[in-house]
Ligand binder design. Structure first.
Ligand SMILES: Cc1cc2nc3c(=O)[nH]c(=O)nc-3n(C[C@H](O)[C@H](O)[C@H](O)COP(=O)(O)OP(=O)(O)OC[C@H]3O[C@@H](n4cnc5c(N)ncnc54)[C@H](O)[C@@H]3O)c2cc1C
Length: 336
């Protein structure tokens, strides 16, 4: 940096999954100047990227909740305290400043913060691309790796590619708005839940093509057709299609965070009972954090983030004893 001064935050969360979002709400509630940096264009982490239409049954206070609805509630809760949110920024480098604060470098910007709370889960996601000719021309418009709202597919002929849980979930969910759903898988066995496969197969709008891949896609202004190839017979065929949902999985990678001098256990960051990492002022919570006996659940992450922020509060204000006061005792704006 050239000495230019940056706005300094009390806490910067790296990752806007459920744990980072709840962290932003709690940090704001307890008066910390908060920033949250997320690599994806959307908040919600795995819930948004991997299973937005799945029901979750084990989050306190919700007998059952769709993943996308839980994300919406978490975003609303966080936004009450006006955190600074930076989307489509992947944190890569860390610099220690002489006064104990930190600089974080992303693909787009530089951020300054007194403490860091790593909530990066299983890492930044990149979707596995559809290995079909001309696919890039339609990515984001009619070839989807992150599925837009289901009503986008109303009356469409949709090709879903993949054989895992995501592909089966999407295929089944799309039978509602779509005119026809063609599930294409390069093997004849599906890794996803057999009950979902059974429900999909029984649906009148469903078609299944096994031993098959999408080889090419075509259209003028929008997608109009995809070419399928059967690996057993080597036959090719063009079929009409308005959209492709490629559910081929995601690469996830903690990337350069691995080089920050933190202690790791596999691909998780080792923390102590205060959720502090091996470097002062850097904490971790959620799926990325490890300690003996760790269980990777949303509920666990919500507890860990409260614990971490209690200790961050003590770190920022050495006069305070650790922990967080009960929210019922706080004089905060409760309306809205
Ligand atoms: C199919 C499926 C079903 C599940 N069902 C349940 C369930 O029913 N109940 C339950 O409790 N749990 C369930 N889980 C697990 C649950 O989703 C995770 O425990 C939870 O998402 C962890 O939240 P997190 O915020 O720690 O991490 P994540 O959700 O992984 O979010 C981390 C975020 O950090 C971002 N990020 C990563 N690296 C960077 C970086 N360098 N810079 C900027 N941003 C970065 C990522 O893009 C991501 O958005 C399920 C998981 C899957 C895959």
């Amino acid at each position: 940096m050239d000495g230019q001064s940056l706005e300094r935050y009390d806490v910067t969360l790296i990752g806007g999954g459920p744990v980072g979002l709840f962290g932003a709400a709690l940090a704001g509630l307890h008066g910390m100047k908060t920033k949250l940096i997320e690599a994806l264009p959307h908040l919600g982490g795995q819930l948004y990227a991997l299973y937005p239409e799945k029901w979750i049954y084990d989050v306190a206070g919700f007998p059952k909740v769709l993943a996308k609805d839980l994300v919406a509630q978490l975003v609303e809760q966080a936004m009450r305290y006006h955190p600074t949110i930076c989307l489509e920024e992947t944190v890569s480098d860390l610099e220690a400043l002489p006064d104990g604060a930190w600089r974080l470098y992303t693909n787009r910007d530089v951020h300054e913060t007194r403490t860091i709370l790593i909530t990066s889960g299983i890492g930044a996601f990149t979707p596995r691309k559809l290995p079909a000719a001309n696919a890039e021309r339609f990515e984001g418009t009619s070839i989807h790796y992150f599925v837009p709202p289901l009503k986008t597919f109303t009356d469409q002929r949709v090709v879903v590619v993949g054989g895992g849980d995501s592909a089966l979930d999407w295929a089944l969910a799309l039978t509602d708005p779509a005119r026809e759903v063609i599930l294409v898988h390069r093997r004849d066995e599906f890794r996803g839940q057999q009950e979902t496969l059974r429900q999909f197969s029984a649906h009148p709008k469903a078609r299944i093509r096994v031993w098959t891949e999408v080889r090419d896609v075509a259209g003028t202004n929008r997608l109009e057709a995809v070419q399928l190839i059967n690996h057993q017979t080597k036959e090719t065929e063009w079929i009409e299609a308005d959209a492709v949902v490629a559910a081929l999985g995601f690469h996830s990678n903690l990337g350069p965070i691995k080089d920050w001098g933190l202690e790791f256990h596999g691909s998780s960051i080792v923390t102590n009972e205060a959720m502090q990492t091996s470097r002062p002022g850097i904490y971790a919570a959620g799926d990325v954090a490890y300690y003996p006996g760790k269980v990777k659940l949303i509920a666990t992450g919500f507890g860990e983030i409260g614990n971490a922020l209690g200790h961050i509060r003590g770190y920022l204000h050495p006069g305070h004893k650790g922990g967080l006061p009960h929210s019922t005792n706080l004089k905060v704006e409760r309306e809205g």
